[in-house]
Design a protein around this ligand. Structure first.
Ligand SMILES: CC(C)(COP(=O)(O)OP(=O)(O)OC[C@H]1O[C@@H](n2cnc3c(N)ncnc32)[C@H](O)[C@@H]1OP(=O)(O)O)[C@@H](O)C(=O)NCCC(=O)NCCS
Length: 154
């Protein structure tokens, strides 16, 4: 029987070959704020995870520590830095860690690191993303308000 000349539409499984990335421990000066596992519906046509999905997780994770200081409504005002260092894959266990960097009058800046445990390398962390975001405490009308708590241990 002649072979089908059309290109295959079947996606290959995600690339599991070793990326040249070192294993490293989770940073001791950061707080674990979120763990999440990306699903196939979060993947792009390459089988890796959409950057936008990762950015949404980082925005959520980044808000956890500032929420303790804001004690109320707040909004993301800026993504100061965002670096995709390694691809995220379906089935990775992602650990999102955060550290408060600065508390201003109404704004709070936080660093977020994303570490992946590959599906066949549990217990070994690869840094896949690093970011820095700024949140602003807002009042009921959406205007900046002073951060009420400044001396909470993160
Ligand atoms: C957040 C928001 C209320 C701030 O209002 P604003 O009029 O810009 O407020 P201000 O200029 O007084 O700045 C407020 C604080 O944010 C900081 N800020 C403003 N723009 C910033 C930026 N690009 N990067 C870092 N910090 C910033 C200011 O330095 C200030 O900090 P401080 O009070 O600690 O000194 C307003 O910009 C807003 O509603 N943005 C939309 C938020 C949103 O929808 N986020 C989700 C996006 S999908």
């Amino acid at each position: 029987m002649p072979s089908d000349p059309r290109p295959s539409t079947v996606l290959r499984p995600p690339n599991e070959t070793a990326v040249n990335a070192p294993y490293e421990p989770l940073p001791a000066d950061h707080t674990l704020v979120l763990k999440v596992i990306p699903m196939p519906s979060d993947a792009n046509a390459n089988g890796d995870i959409f950057g936008g999905w990762v950015m949404a997780q980082v925005d959520l994770a980044g808000s956890v520590l500032p929420a303790r200081y804001a004690q109320g409504r707040m909004a993301t005002v800026a993504v100061n830095q965002f670096i995709f260092k390694q691809p995220v894959r379906v089935g990775d266990i992602l650990s999102l860690v955060a550290k408060m960097e600065r508390i201003g009058r109404s704004s709070m800046t936080v660093s977020v690191g994303v570490y992946a445990e590959r599906i066949r390398n549990q217990g070994h962390y690869i840094k896949v993303t690093e970011a820095q975001l700024t949140y602003v405490a807002i009042d009921d009308e959406g205007r900046p308000r002073p951060v009420p708590v400044h001396d909470l241990a993160p």
